[in-house]
Design a protein around this ligand. Structure first.
Ligand SMILES: C[S@@+](CC[C@H](N)C(=O)[O-])C[C@H]1O[C@@H](n2cnc3c(N)ncnc32)[C@H](O)[C@@H]1O
Length: 280
């Protein structure tokens, strides 16, 4: 357990997918004055140096943020996300990649609040160092699934929960569905963003069916495939379920993901889909 370290994957296509959507969700929260709370159950270390030896091993960022860094035809919808990445690289050369906690911190206002939890002790210490002295941010060494029980519903009654599991244990889809069901029961009006890898058709069908049976309502499914085959065990694609998305979120996200599918394609069969897994 906890063999997974996000440094090996930082800035890859899955991060681009996840963080570009996350940016849009946080921007939507900021559209209203009322304070919000952001809960990141699997937070990672916050900021990634792409020159780190672990990241250099596979250089996955080259097929992710590296593709967008010099692209000229980036759609307007991706600009806010790219501005966050550029802000970490003021010299204009891509070196640092912001993880989900940094993406969130770029949006936080005086009365908003971030709760970041990470189970790997070493990674959690790095994360805490990034946010030292920021009173709006609480960093906890904690199992992200316990976080949901401890913090939901948040006092603000408004906000977003990101569940971004590393999927390094068996039966993670089942764990995720159980956690979502319980969290939704505690806080049915909260917004939830749940990342998942695209696996073989059978486990995916089971996952979708379990979510449909869970009682959770208003679940938007967004997926990005970068290759049609799963050559050498490489991730073929990933998805995000968004519970209680902002109004008309799907209309804005669909063309953005379609563009990303072309820009991040790693073989034939790249594509995207956006549909309602569970309607209202
Ligand atoms: C995919 S990474 C997170 C990346 C981060 N959300 C981002 O977007 O920058 C998953 C993280 O979850 C941590 N982790 C694994 N199991 C966990 C658990 N049960 N609770 C909290 N963190 C966990 C791993 O150590 C890893 O840092």
């Amino acid at each position: 357990m906890l063999a997974y370290r996000h440094r090996f994957h930082a800035g890859n296509f899955a991060d681009v997918f996840k963080h570009s959507l996350l940016t849009q969700l946080l921007a939507a929260l900021c559209a209203k004055v009322k304070p919000w709370c952001y809960i990141d159950t699997h937070a990672g270390i916050g900021l990634y140096d792409l020159k780190h030896a672990w990241t250099q091993k596979m250089r996955e960022y080259e097929g992710g943020i590296g593709r967008l860094w010099h692209a000229r035809d980036v759609p307007e919808a991706l600009e806010p996300y790219l501005r966050i990445v550029r802000a970490e690289n003021p010299g204009g050369r891509l070196r640092y990649y912001p993880g989900s906690p940094i993406v969130a911190r770029r949006h936080v206002r005086a009365a908003d609040r971030l709760v970041l939890t990470e189970l790997n002790r070493v990674d959690c210490a790095e994360l805490a160092a990034v946010f030292a002295h920021d009173r709006r941010v609480a960093v906890q060494h904690m199992d992200g699934y316990h976080t949901l029980k401890a913090y939901l519903p948040p006092a603000e009654r408004r906000g977003l929960v990101l569940i971004d599991s590393s999927f390094d244990r068996a039966r993670e889809f089942a764990r995720l569905t159980r956690a979502l069901k319980d969290a939704f029961g505690r806080w049915p009006t909260g917004m939830y963003a749940i990342w998942y890898p695209l696996m073989e058709p059978a486990p995916m069908r089971d996952f979708y069916a379990d979510v449909q049976r869970s009682g959770t309502r208003k679940v938007l499914r967004l997926e990005l495939t970068v290759r049609g085959d799963r050559a050498e065990g490489a991730l073929a694609g990933c998805g995000m379920l968004i519970v209680n998305p902002p109004w008309r979120f799907e209309a804005a996200a669909a063309p953005m993901l379609e563009w990303l599918a072309g820009a991040l394609a790693a073989g034939t069969g790249a594509g995207s889909r956006v549909d309602w897994l569970v309607p209202e």
